[in-house]
Design a protein around this ligand. Structure first.
Ligand code: AMP
Ligand code: MG
Length: 338
């Protein structure tokens, strides 16, 4: 299959722009490659905190990435049941809870489907027929996974495989933010391939400005900016990772668990802001699948989550508290309107 992968990892990492404060003390920065993406840390703290952050990202990557055959998740997928480390067990448990809160629109048991599509690898990606995809949805159901807290054992349903990719970066950001706070970092942010988590405020006392990418533009092209402190901004969109079929049709990486096919909602992108990055990450994926109406309803009934949705018809939608909390400004000259 001559599928062409258009994933642009480095561009992804640059998808959110930061407008740095003037006259601020120098920040320590690091750009590493982990969790399948560029991870940028930018902190006001010690060099030890920065290198500890990098080590933590690597630790989480090697526990959670299903593609890495050595990872605990890959081994669980292979064996169907496994006793996991506290880190991996907690991540699986959280993913299942978030699947439940999204009514399965976010479902980490779609590993068999993501493996078959393999959209992030141009060489092996394959366009499934609707029938093939629908047949594989029989392996997708987060309720078939059983947990044993006492032994930290996870048992998958028959034939199932986990893919924590829809939540892993958010989960890692939470771990990183907690680690920074313990390490005395008063201010900073981490950008994991477009998932941005802000700790504190900028050293000059202002909130951090985070950009929301224009799905129709390049990675540095924004359609909005928001003001954020102690929270995460997570955006999902079809533009992030996709393959093109021989007829030019686009197949993107966010799958609808009910069809096994790339989600066909009315959204161009879904941006979630929350103090809980794992929730924001799982919800950004789920809301993209659900579409504007059901997605907005999910966010409105969830405490501590707000959203900024961009619809295919150009409408911008915000949850009730979004404007008051994050003071968005919209870039002029864009074909989007409220
Ligand atoms: P995100 O960029 O956070 O929207 O996550 C997309 C990634 O999550 C994909 O590359 C898949 O690995 C995985 N994924 C795709 N669709 C779903 C879904 N409906 N639920 C859970 N994970 C998903
Ligand atoms: Mg996500």
């Amino acid at each position: 299959m001559a599928a062409r992968c258009l994933a642009l990892m480095a561009a992804l990492a640059a998808s959110l722009l930061f407008l740095a404060g003037c006259g601020a003390p120098a920040a320590l920065e690091s750009n590493t490659y982990s969790m399948g993406t560029v991870c940028s840390q930018h902190i006001y703290g010690s060099q030890t905190a920065l290198s500890g952050g990098t080590a933590l990202l690597e630790e989480l990557d090697s526990a959670l990435a299903w593609r890495n055959t050595e990872s605990e998740i890959a081994q669980l997928n292979q064996a169907g049941t496994a006793a996991l480390s506290p880190t991996a067990y907690a991540a699986v448990k959280r993913a299942l809870e978030l699947a439940e809160s999204t009514g399965g629109a976010f479902d980490p048991t779609l590993g068999v489907l993501t493996r078959e599509w393999n959209i992030s690898d141009a060489d092996t990606a394959r366009i499934l027929t609707r029938q093939e995809a629908a047949a594989l949805t029989r392996y997708v159901d987060y309720r078939a996974v059983t947990l044993d807290d006492a032994n930290r054992t996870v048992t998958l349903g028959q034939g199932q495989a986990l893919d924590l990719g829809g939540m892993a970066k958010g989960y890692a950001s939470d771990a990183l933010a907690a680690y920074y706070r313990e390490s005395g970092v008063s201010s900073g942010f981490v950008n994991l391939g477009g998932n941005v988590t802000v700790v504190g405020k900028r050293p000059d006392g202002a909130a951090y400005t985070v950009g929301v990418r224009d799905p129709a533009g390049s990675a540095s092209d924004l359609f909005a900016t928001v003001q954020v402190q102690d929270a995460s901004v997570v955006i999902s969109g079809a533009y992030e990772r996709y393959i093109e079929g021989p007829d030019g049709a686009v197949y993107h990486h966010i799958l609808d668990p009910s069809t096994g096919y790339p989600a066909e909602s009315d959204l161009l992108s879904s941006c979630i802001i929350s103090a809980d990055a794992a929730l924001a990450d799982a919800f950004s994926t789920a809301v993209f699948v659900l579409g504007s109406e059901a997605g907005m309803a999910l966010v409105e009934r969830t405490e501590g989550a707000e959203c900024l949705l961009l619809r295919k018809d150009g409408r911008i939608l915000m949850s009730a508290q979004f404007e008051a909390l994050y003071a968005p400004t919209f870039v002029e000259g864009k074909p989007y309107a409220r």
